[in-house]
Write a protein that binds this ligand. Structure first.
Ligand code: T4K
Length: 363
């Protein structure tokens, strides 16, 4: 094992401690820690402005955001989703009493294969839940056409999608509702956190009631709600970090391009293809020819104290302890061969060059 500092798949992009504590001073003075406090309201306003969104409701994490979207749309039945995702997409569907139905992925974009969705629609289907995998925009137009034709709702799992766009419009604006994550590992973070985005004002008000026990303004219970609130402590971190959003976004793109340019010269490596808009470059996934090659490179990187991650492995449809057996051969195959390399603000150019050289030597 080398003595180099460890390099992880990601590290949070953080404002300075002074920027954060100056916001916390106000929290201490007001003594308001939660319940839709001024910083939560400010962060919602600032995010809407920055990302050009009509509405955004902050919540305690991205998984709750997906559950709230299902609840707000009152869905009961089958939801067609992708197996190439984090388990949260599917656990949220299950926690809301719905049944996930897996649609295999496009091997280039790694997003749900829109040509396979219609074959999976039954009389029980109520919605489609695609994921913008690694911030790469799904084919939102094709998905909207299918949904309209079959009278289905669309919820995007946009956990990775802050900063991605289609036609100069935030990717978070598509679908009936998009759920996003502001987790520590995301491009913009509040430590733990998430949000529901919808351009439907009525749905937005409903989402806000759901996250607050189902209260209306007079504290009557008018919805079947729960506790999805974000605290002022988390919102303060989001506000401090948001000040650095543009530089973080630009930095990811530069680092992504550095990896891509150099690793494109290595035969046998493949990269996620972007076809439908502008990614936020929040992850750098590499697809190897075989799992054996991936394992060889991963071991060599670990020896140098470098820790990439196998997002997403295994393919979620294969979690036999919580799901009935189903087959998605493309997702299962890609899952075995894909590795996400370190990509974050504090990663230096020399760190990236080191990672590239280890991959070149072991490919
Ligand atoms: N949908 C999708 C498609 C998602 O990817 C996710 C979450 C969700 C929904 C649900 O959103 P949330 O409910 O989480 O808001 C991470 C995250 O926990 C998870 O948010 C994320 N996706 C998933 C893809 O990755 P792990 O298991 O990789 O976390 P961990 O602890 O191994 O962290 C990875 C690296 O990050 C570490 O090596 C070091 C670094 N790290 C991590 C944390 C938590 C830090 O430097 N500081 C930290 O505080 O799950």
């Amino acid at each position: 094992m080398s003595n180099n500092k460890p390099l992880y798949v990601t590290q949070p992009s953080l404002a300075s401690l002074d920027e954060y504590t100056s916001l916390l001073k106000g929290v201490w003075e007001r003594g308001i820690l939660t319940h839709n406090g001024p910083l939560v309201q400010q962060l919602e306003k600032d995010l809407c402005q920055k990302l050009k969104l009509k509405n955004l409701a902050l919540v305690s994490n991205g998984t709750i955001a997906i559950q709230m979207a299902i609840k707000a749309l009152e869905l009961k039945g089958e939801i067609i989703t992708t197996p190439f995702t984090w388990i949260a997409t599917v656990s949220a569907i299950k926690w809301e009493g719905c049944t996930p139905v897996f649609c295999d992925i496009n091997p280039e974009t790694l997003n749900i294969d829109v040509d396979k969705i219609e074959d999976l629609i039954t009389e029980k289907t109520v919605a489609i839940m695609p994921v913008h995998v690694f911030g790469n925009p799904c084919d939102v137009k094709a998905i909207e056409t299918i949904a309209k034709k079959h009278n289905l709702k669309v919820i995007y799992d946009g956990a990775h999608a802050v900063g991605s766009e289609i036609d100069n419009k935030s990717l978070l604006e598509y679908g009936d509702i998009t759920a996003t994550s502001l987790h520590a590992t995301k491009l913009l973070n509040t430590g733990e956190g998430g949000a529901c985005i919808t351009s439907d004002n009525v749905l937005h008000e409903k989402l806000k009631r759901i996250r607050f026990f189902g209260h209306d303004d007079s504290k009557d219970i008018v919805e079947d709600g729960f506790n999805g609130k974000m605290t002022e402590i988390h919102a303060a971190l989001g506000l401090a970090n948001l000040k650095h959003y543009d530089e973080v976004l630009a930095d990811r793109k530069n680092k992504y391009n550095l990896y891509k340019t150099e690793l494109s010269k290595v035969s046998g490596l493949r990269f996620q293809v972007q076809m439908n808009g502008k990614s936020n470059f929040s992850y750098f996934p590499v697809i190897f020819e075989t799992e054996g090659m991936l394992i060889k490179v991963e071991k060599a990187l670990n020896k140098e104290n470098i820790f990439p991650r196998r997002y997403f492995y295994p393919s979620v449809n294969t979690y036999k302890n919580i799901l009935p057996e189903s087959s998605c051969p493309i997702s299962e195959d890609i899952s075995r061969r894909i590795l996400c390399l370190p990509l974050y603000w504090n990663l230096n150019k020399s760190d990236i060059e080191k990672i590239i050289s280890v991959i070149v030597e072991n490919s």
